[in-house]
Design a protein around this ligand. Structure first.
Ligand code: CLF
Ligand code: SF4
Length: 448
């Protein structure tokens, strides 16, 4: 890539370019709540610690709420240049919400720089969407390039439906991270690596991380000191793993700068932002400071968001549905606890959003609820299955986050499919992605 091109691409990014940090602002949109790994320096009650200070948490927004926030904030915050998704879980463990948010942002204003941060486990699966959406800056957190060290940093990973631990988990994670980074660099995406500096675990290994990422063509390395106060409640904090002192941080940064080609390639101004941070680095914007005029204008903003969202939805319907599927309709029930995402296991599902899905899109028909008395709180699976079947007798598919084999088998025997591929997606997305697949499958069976 030509040097000037890179210069142009970073000069408005406050993290990638130190001269931009006090001139340009970023907004983090907390649309990604789930995570697919467990880092020992993270307490999942709070935001992703790969970029955040532990002990603070962000409320989750839907993609539409996120766009609303951007439009409101933009009116009061000069030089807003970057839209970042950094949790509160992992951006790519919530691909549907992350990409829908950035799709909406692009449709609203193509001038923003889209930026995401990820642990990298799902990275290789999403390169095409990253490139298609013009996500030009991607951060991957890699704190070890040796699985023997990695196993001390991660408790588990959840990959392709299986939970792995120990060296095996660290090995899979590392392979996926390195593969994803290479694919991004080959596509011309600027990659930043965050490494958490953990005394006694990887402080003597950080230069090895720098060597590996330099080899892969990574743009910048960011050494983040471990935060490990007892009140953070992380595994490392409980085990008494200390925070690095200034000397250790300086030494690690110096060693990495030598390898990466100087201090321009080693970030020194990171603020370990929360997943809903707004403003210039170190100069947080107070969302409560929005002017009365902006607040009064919020109804107009809402309708602007709805119109952008509708026009994207109709484009997607036209792209993804066949003519035959437009004439058929099935009911898809999405189980939810938080009422915006398919976030609940089959066993614990009580509330179902029932969508009519046809080639024209997914439309909410009604919300159905199972009402269990307290005395029935521990209702047996067989009783729960019977109740779900009665409640959803007209539905073809039930979407939930996780389901046991016996529930899947028994429901299938009674003619209802349980589908977990829509797990952790926004309700409408979950209904649409699962429903249109079923419709297209049934049409191809008939025409085969
Ligand atoms: Fe956010 Fe991260 Fe993009 Fe920056 S933060 S997703 S690259 S826009 Fe920046 Fe914050 Fe440090 Fe992250 S100061 S925690 S490095
Ligand atoms: Fe926590 Fe982020 Fe690690 Fe997930 S990737 S466990 S959210 S620090």
């Amino acid at each position: 890539m030509h040097k000037d091109t890179v210069k142009e691409r970073i000069e408005k990014h406050p993290c990638y370019c130190k001269d931009a940090h006090d001139k340009f602002a970023r907004i983090h949109l907390p649309v990604a709540p789930a995570c697919n790994i467990q880092c020992n320096y993270c307490n999942r009650k709070y935001d992703c610690s790969n970029e955040s200070r532990p002990g603070v948490t962000s409320g989750v927004l839907s993609p539409e709420q996120a766009l609303e926030k951007v439009i409101m904030v933009k009116q009061s915050l000069e030089n807003l240049s970057v839209i970042g998704i950094a949790g509160p879980g992992d951006a790519l463990a919530n691909p549907s919400a992350t990409f829908q948010t950035l799709r909406l942002m692009k449709a609203y204003n193509n001038e923003f720089i889209p930026c995401i941060s990820t642990n990298g486990l799902n990275l290789p699966d999403h390169i095409d969407e990253i490139v298609e959406l013009g996500i030009s800056h991607v951060t991957v957190t890699i704190s070890a390039v040796d699985p023997e060290i990695g196993q001390k940093i991660y408790s588990w990973i959840h990959y392709e439906g299986v939970t792995y631990q120990g060296v095996e988990a660290a090995k899979i994670l590392l392979e996926r991270q390195l593969k994803g980074i290479k694919m991004l660099v080959d596509k011309g995406v600027l990659v930043k690596i965050n490494s958490v500096l953990i005394p006694g675990i990887n402080d003597l290994h950080i230069s090895e991380v720098a060597k590996k990422i330099k080899e892969l063509g990574v743009f910048i390395h960011n050494i983040i000191p471990l935060m490990s106060k007892p009140e953070y409640g992380t595994k490392f904090a409980k085990e008494g793993v200390p925070e690095p002192d200034i000397k250790m941080i300086a030494k690690a940064r110096f060693e990495c700068a030598e390898i990466m080609g100087g201090f321009d390639s080693v970030m020194q101004h990171c603020r370990q932002c929360r997943a809903d941070a707004i403003g210039k680095l170190g100069e947080e914007f107070d969302i409560n400071s929005l002017s009365d005029e902006v607040i009064e204008n919020s109804a107009t903003v809402k309708s602007q968001v709805m119109s952008i969202s509708r026009s994207l939805a109709s484009e997607s319907v036209t792209k993804n549905s066949s003519r035959a599927s437009r004439n058929k309709m099935i009911l898809v029930a999405v189980a939810t606890e938080n009422k915006y995402m398919s976030d609940v296991t089959f066993k614990n599902a009580r509330t179902f959003y029932v969508y009519e899905v046809s080639g024209w899109g997914a439309h909410l028909r009604e919300i159905r609820t199972l009402k269990y008395e307290d005395s029935e709180a521990c209702i047996k699976l067989s009783g729960h299955l019977k109740n779900v079947l009665e409640l959803l007798s007209d539905c073809s598919v039930v979407v939930c986050s996780v389901a046991g084999k016996s529930a899947v088998k028994e429901m299938r025997r009674r003619g209802v499919i349980i589908d977990t591929t829509g797990g952790y997606k926004l309700l409408e997305d979950a209904a649409w992605s699962v429903g249109i697949k079923r419709l297209n499958d049934s049409i191809s069976k008939v025409t085969a």
